[in-house]
Write a protein that binds this ligand. Structure first.
Ligand code: PGA
Length: 251
C-alpha cells in the first residue's frame, strides 16, 4: 500500500513574526506534489502564515489545542478558533506537552476526541523515554499511550489521525533512533491498529518518525516500510535543511 508521505515542521516556541515571514517566503518555493508538507508555527503567527501559504502547497497547522469548545480557560485556544482561521490540523501529545505541561494520556484523549469529532485532523505523538528504552519495556509504554490516547476513537475519528513515533531520547538531542529500531516500532504500531480497528485502517494510517531527523538521515528513515514521513523540529527552522528533508520524502 502506497501512502503519501508527510513532512511536518514543528517550529515549537521559535520564530517572531518577522522571522516567520522570512522563512515562509522561502518555503513557498518548495513544490513537491508527492509530499504533504506542513508547518506548525506558534499561535501568534498562524493567521498570517495561513494567508501567506494560500494557493501554495504548504498546510499550516497548530501545535496545541484545548479539549473544550469555549469558556473560562485563560491562555487556551479552541478547535473552533483554529477552524475559524482555516487551520484544520493540530499536533497533540508531543512529549514536551506531556512532560513539561503535564498533559496526561487521559487529557490527550479528550483533546484528540474533541478535535476529531469536530472534523479536525490530528498528528498524535507517542514515544518512550530513555530509561524505558533501556529497561526494554518500550513496547508496553507505546501500547499504553495508544490505547488510552486513540484506541477509544471511532472508525470515523481514527481516519483523521496521523501518528508520530518520537522516542523522547531522540528529540532535539542529535541522536536518531537507528533504522531497525524505527521500523520495529512502526510495524508494532501498525499491527496494533490492525488488531484494534481493521486491515484497511491500518493500511491507510500514516505513521511519522520524529527525533533528530536531518538531511543526512531522512532518506534512509523515509524509505523504511512502515514510515510515512517525519515530524521535524530543529531542522525545520533552517530552510535548506527542511527543503532537503522534503526532497528525501519525494518518492
Ligand atoms: P527534533 O524535534 O527534530 O528537533 O529532534 C522533533 C520534534 O520534537 O517533533
Amino acid at each position: 500500500m502506497k501512502r503519501k508521505k508527510i513532512v511536518a515542521g514543528n517550529w515549537k516556541m521559535n520564530m517572531t513574526l518577522d522571522q516567520s515571514i522570512e522563512l515562509s517566503n522561502l518555503l513557498i518555493n518548495i513544490k513537491k506534489p508527492n509530499v504533504d508538507i506542513k508547518v506548525a508555527p506558534s499561535f501568534t503567527n498562524l493567521y498570517l502564515l495561513k494567508k501567506q501559504f494560500d494557493f501554495h502547497q504548504i498546510d499550516v497547522i497548530a501545535q496545541n489545542v484545548n479539549q473544550n469548545s469555549k469558556g473560562a480557560f485563560t491562555g487556551e485556544v479552541s478547535v473552533e478558533m483554529l477552524k475559524s482561521i482555516g487551520v484544520n490540523c493540530v499536533i497533540i501529545g508531543h512529549s514536551e506537552r506531556r512532560s513539561i505541561f503535564g498533559e496526561t494520556d487521559k487529557i490527550l484523549f479528550e483533546k484528540v476526541n474533541y478535535a476529531t469529532s469536530n472534523n479536525m485532523n490530528v498528528i498524535f505523538c507517542i514515544g518512550e523515554e530513555l530509561q524505558q528504552r533501556d529497561n526494554g519495556n518500550y513496547f508496553d509504554v507505546i501500547q499504553k499511550q495508544l490505547e488510552i490516547g486513540v484506541f477509544g476513537l471511532s472508525t470515523y475519528q481514527i481516519k483523521k489521525v496521523t501518528l508520530a513515533y518520537e522516542p523522547v531520547w531522540a528529540i532535539g538531542t542529535g541522536v536518531t533512533a537507528n533504522p531497525d529500531q524505527i521500523q520495529e516500532i512502526h510495524q508494532f504500531i501498525r499491527n496494533l491498529i490492525r488488531e484494534r480497528f481493521n486491515e484497511t485502517i491500518s493500511d491507510l494510517t500514516r505513521i511519522l518518525y520524529g527525533g533528530s531527523v536531518k538531511p543526512t538521515n531522512a532518506k534512509e528513515i523515509f524509505n523504511l516500510a512502515d514510515v510515512d514521513g517525519g515530524l521535524i523540529g530543529g531542522a525545520s527552522l533552517k530552510f535548506a535543511d527542511f527543503q532537503s528533508i522534503v526532497e528525501a520524502a519525494d518518492v
